[in-house]
Design a protein around this ligand. Structure first.
Ligand code: 3PG
Length: 207
């Protein structure tokens, strides 16, 4: 199993995905892979999410599947049982962190303040999701955290675009960014895997 910090090194961008149909999962993962992205975060925002994780785990090699939007009790364990390789939470409550720890999976807990970052660091989490990145202060805010919090590494997510991603990726405390722009819901609905592949290719070039 990878360490949480290694999750941040898989690809310069973690695609944050909302799937409407479980049948979209495998062609989506393959399109990302063709474009050079070897990870995908399936969010628990639709009822098909866990089935999607199971399908990718069973059918696609070399794509690391994370489960995101872990916000409720019991979800971390269900994600682990579905085959998730890592967990992502938008915020960090004690209960969520306890449950994530119980799965043993690498976890990127969500934080948006210095105190939250310190609190999760006290519990041993050092690879964090900075969310929602743009509304919470963006590049200048994260840059200001690098000196006082040298042991922490971030995956900023929320409002990241191909235009601003490079500025985040240039920060010393950022190893990758997350975003939904690679997997537009309409493209997934239409089965436009060529578009997803092209967006993935463009995202890899950012790194
Ligand atoms: C997330 O859950 O990480 C965000 O919804 C992704 O944010 P974005 O849609 O602004 O990329």
């Amino acid at each position: 199993m990878r360490a949480a910090t290694e999750i941040l090194d898989i690809s310069p961008v973690i695609p944050v995905v909302v799937l409407d149909e479980a049948t979209q999962a495998v062609p989506l993962a393959r399109a990302l892979q063709r474009g050079g992205i070897r990870t995908v975060e399936i969010t628990l925002r639709t009822p098909v999410a866990l089935e999607a994780v199971e399908r990718i785990t069973a059918e696609v090699e070399d794509v690391s599947v994370g489960v995101g939007t872990v916000t409720e009790p019991g979800q971390a364990e269900k994600a682990a049982r579905a085959g998730a390789e890592y967990l992502v939470t938008p915020g960090s409550t004690d209960r969520l962190l306890d449950e994530a720890n119980e799965t043993g999976l690498p976890t990127l807990p969500g934080v948006s303040t210095v105190s939250e970052a310190l609190r999760v660091a006290e519990r041993g989490f050092t690879a964090l999701k900075f969310f929602p990145a743009e509304p919470a202060g963006g590049v200048p805010y994260l840059k200001a955290l690098a000196s006082p919090l040298p042991g922490l590494t971030f995956c900023p997510t929320g409002g990241i675009t191909p235009d601003n991603a490079g500025r985040y990726l240039a920060l010393p405390n950022v190893r990758c960014v997350g975003g939904s722009w690679l997997t537009p819901r309409e493209a997934l609905g239409k089965g436009d895997w060529g578009q997803v592949e092209a967006l993935a290719r463009q995202a890899v070039a950012l790194g």
